[in-house]
Design a protein around this ligand. Sequence first.
Ligand code: SAH
Length: 505
Amino acid sequence: MKLYPIFADLTHRAVLVVGGGAVAERKIAALLGAQAQITVNADALTPQLRRWVNEGRIAYRADAFQDGWLDRIWLVIAATSDRELNRQIAAFAELRRIFVNVVDDAALSSFHVPAVVDRAPLTIAISSGGESPMLARLLRERLETLLDHSLGALATLTARLRKRIRLRHPQMAARRRFYEGLFAGQAATLLRQGRPRAALAAAEDALATASMELSGSVVLVGAGPGDPGLLTLRALRALNEADVILHDRLVSAEVLELARRDAERIEVGKQAGNHHTTQDDIHSLLLEHARAGKRVVRLKGGDPFVFGRGGEELEFLRGHAIPYEVVPGITAAVACAAYAGVPLTHRDYAQSVRFVTAHCRSSLDTLDWVALAQERQTLAVYMGVGELGVLQARLIQHGRAASTPFALIENGSRAEQRVVTGTLAQLAERAAGHAVRSPALLILGEVAALATSLAWFGQHPLGAAVHDIRDAAQLKPSSDRLSTEPGRHAKPQAHADLLVAIHRA
Ligand code: SAH
């Protein structure tokens, strides 16, 4: 059931509640808060309901329910323990096009009463569409602990200043920034301390002294590998404050979802669709929007300073005196390793790790192959899917054992993550066999053997086929050592799992 949420103004509007028990009492308490004109119909009342009747706060009818009453009613709540009566009330209401809520019967109800976090005039209503009231309640409890009670007072204070704020900051962007400052500033603190008058004075002061100039800035933000759970809190804040977001193609849709709804999003992917944004174009866009007073987020996959050209962009901004900040992100090597169960360093197998890019022939030619081919180190190779053959050949040529294990992680940390494993000798063939595509990260080194036994995320690694396992067993000192470590990895059971996985694939 998908409901359309509305907040109803029931002030002085007639509402009928049928039923006089504890549930009816709860509903009526909320209706009283909304200043509805309430009639309760029941043959017996709880003591509290009785009190409200005596105080004249609600009207009372003791006679049997009559559908004619509904003629002057806006809303009706059926809260009796008589299912048949509830059903009748619902039917009469439906006939008259009056919204009805039947307690604990989502199907009979034409409106639901949500779980509410009350910071009046601020109200948060939660509904599970009747599917899981427990979950809605749990969520409400969480929100209760997160939201300070002074929020209501803050909303009231805002209401008092609203017109003046609009006059002083006619432009939406400036207004938004003023409000953000207000909500995070002295006035809010004073409200939390229960000092509304001082808070109002502080807010008025801020309004009088606020700068009219909008100063633009750029935050270079690392979006991580894709899973939005891997964003930093700072990244999230920057995304919420952004006026403009310039993002790479690599940034996942789930991460972009978290950004401010009305922020302008511009994809500057280097291979996006047909258009090709050069680095110079990106620089111009940054400058243009920052100079227009916008808060620009330059959002990059992984970390902006790891193969992200973040340095060049900062140099450019510095050259044009645009203020900037940098928010680091979880880089692909770190994320893919974690999500493939491959520790990048390990006391027994690797004392160092290198981040390398292998994105074209010329970049490959400038690499120090002797150093890369050394044992007991882990290579994390970015942008390498196109050059795996060359990589494999050069590493072996420079002395890296052909039996060195690898794990190739495609779409690391995302729902569609795939991990392909094998030995250096099989690297290019295996990647081609599984049609591995960008973005993919290669982890090469003794630690990569752990991918088969420590995997925990997504589908099981696509490992060696039968003959490969036999080949691998005949090869290599290093990964033999790995696979015979007791109780750790590459157990017969793991191989069996692998075979099943391959079969399925
Ligand atoms: N700044 C980014 C790297 C940009 S270079 C970072 O710190 O991660 C782009 C390369 O990163 C891709 O070709 C791929 O090798 C790697 N990469 C980025 N995201 C990835 C992901 N989710 N899974 C696998 N590799 C990824």
